[in-house]
Structures are given as structure tokens and as C-alpha cells.
Design a protein around this ligand. Structure first.
Ligand SMILES: [Mg+2]
Length: 287
């Protein structure tokens, strides 16, 4: 399972503390950061929209030479667009089912699934039974509008295009996935479920090794992950400098791991705050 030891020895007295203000992130440690992994929904986006401020923050990080990789529960169809058009180096999608990147030398978009075609086909078949039971037993739940663009998971909408469901209903959706032997993770808008033992973290580590030849276990203190929701918890537990945008507090009571740092602003403005903090670290003449 996920280890929660924090790799940073430089500031060990604070290493077990969580949800510390981002301003306490030591400037010298910020300067060591090589890349940013980030959730998208309500971490980069705000109330469902991508603001110019948040997009500019992504662009500024990339321009400064940092590795930028969104890690999202969003579908393959979105990730195709993101990998092609956003200022990113790659994107991990469907909670770790795959990563996509634009191979600029070869001039083509590439996808690496973590499961075989046969495993994915079997998973999709089994998810049909989950889908039927959720719709039968959880009034008000819907199938996410982005489901047709998914290649691996099932996304149940509890907050995006349907009136927000109470927590008990969200828990019931998770329980139905679990009863079928599927994994289920709660984002800010969907419950995503799949068959397979991958998640955002396992796929991010594999991608770093295969695509960038980086041993993330050894380098994790040099990467920041930003997120807001329970499906980000494995990342919060792994990265010693994980950062939650302020709205991470909305879900904090149902997360096994919380981020080390927290921004003052919510959602995309919080992400921009993080980007600025990292850029300040790079630009600080005293460090
Ligand atoms: Mg999110």
C-alpha cells in the first residue's frame, strides 16, 4: 500500500505536520522543485471553468523549465486535447488508466495504457453491471456526461450535471463499486470506478520511470503535487511537498492522507498562488 513517510530530511521537525500555510514552504526547498503534478477539477479549474489566471500559471511553470503533468480522473477524450494543446509535458488520465504525451520529434500523440486491451475490455464489461445497479439503487445519480470519451473507467456524476447528492448517496455509490470488486475514488464531481490495482500515484511513478527516466521514489521531494479531493489522497501521502488548494478542507474528513501545504485561495486561484510560490523560489537571489 501507499507509504506515508515523508522523504524530506531538511525540515524533519515539520515533516508530520499537514495543511501548513504555503507561505511556510521554505524558499530553498521551493528552489529544488523540478516539476509539478496537478489534479485538474477544482484544483486548476474554478467552479468548473478554466480561468486565464490558472492557465497562465501552467504556462509560466512550463516556461520556467519545470515539468508540468496534469493527473486527472478526466477521460481519454479530454486528455487527447490536453496533451496536444495545453502547456504540459504529459497527462495522466482516468485516475491512472493511462498517460498521453505529444512526441514532438515523431510528431504524434502517444498513449500508454497500464492494462492490456483484454484487461480493459473485461473491465468495461464488468462495469456495465455496476452502472445498472447504481442507476437502479441511487436516486439522482447520473452517468457522467464525459463517459462516452472514457476508455477504462466508469464515472458516476453526483455534482456536475445533476443536483448535488448528499454524502450518504456518494458513499452508497462507492459501496456498490466495492461490492463488485472494483476500485472507486471520489473527485470533486464524480465517483470514478475501475477494475485494476492502479491509481493516480502508481501510474505517475511508472510514467516518470518510462517516459522521463526518473526514479520518482528517490526524487519525490523535488516534485510538487497539487489537488483538492479524496482521489488525490495517494498523491498527498507520497509527496512531501504536496499542496492542497484551500477547498481541500471541504473533503478533509474523508481523506486518509492530507497535503503538507495549503493555499489561501480556492481552486484555480490557489493553483496560481502555488505556481507563484515556486517561481519566487527559483527567482530568489539569496537561495
Ligand atoms: Mg479535483
Amino acid at each position: 500500500m501507499i507509504r506515508i513517510d515523508t522523504a524530506s530530511s531538511e525540515s524533519s521537525s515539520m515533516s508530520d505536520q499537514r495543511l501548513l500555510p504555503l507561505s511556510a514552504f521554505p524558499i530553498a526547498d521551493r528552489r529544488q522543485i523540478r516539476g509539478v503534478f496537478t489534479d485538474i477539477d477544482e484544483t486548476v479549474t474554478t467552479d468548473g471553468s478554466l480561468t486565464a489566471q490558472a492557465y497562465a500559471a501552467l504556462e509560466a511553470l512550463k516556461r520556467a523549465g519545470l515539468l508540468v503533468v496534469p493527473v486527472t480522473g478526466r477521460p481519454a477524450g479530454w486528455c487527447d486535447h490536453i496533451a496536444r494543446m495545453w502547456p504540459v509535458d504529459a497527462v495522466v488520465g482516468e485516475n491512472g488508466a493511462f498517460w498521453m504525451w505529444l512526441d514532438r520529434r515523431a510528431g504524434k500523440l502517444c498513449t500508454r495504457f497500464v492494462q492490456s486491451d483484454a484487461e480493459r475490455a473485461d473491465g468495461q464489461r464488468r462495469l456495465q453491471a455496476v452502472r445498472a445497479q447504481v442507476l437502479r439503487e441511487v436516486p439522482g445519480a447520473g452517468i457522467a456526461s464525459d463517459q462516452p470519451y472514457r476508455l477504462a473507467d466508469l464515472a458516476v456524476d453526483f455534482c456536475e450535471d445533476v443536483p448535488a447528492l448528499p454524502r450518504a448517496a456518494v458513499d452508497r455509490i462507492v459501496a456498490i463499486f466495492a461490492a463488485h470488486g472494483a476500485q472507486a475514488k471520489i473527485s470533486s464531481i464524480h465517483v470514478n470506478g475501475w477494475f485494476g490495482d492502479y491509481d493516480k500515484l502508481t501510474t505517475t511513478r511508472l510514467m516518470m520511470r518510462e517516459l522521463f527516466n526518473i526514479d520518482l521514489d528517490a526524487e519525490r521531494a523535488r516534485y510538487v503535487f497539487s489537488g483538492d479531493s479524496p482521489n488525490d489522497a495517494p498523491m498527498f501521502g507520497y509527496f512531501p511537498n504536496a499542496t492542497g488548494v484551500a477547498n481541500v478542507r471541504d473533503f478533509a474528513d474523508r481523506m486518509p492522507h492530507l497535503p503538507r501545504w495549503i493555499t489561501q485561495a480556492r481552486s484555480g486561484a490557489g493553483f496560481a498562488e502555488l505556481a507563484q510560490a515556486l517561481l519566487d523560489g527559483r527567482n530568489d537571489p539569496s537561495s
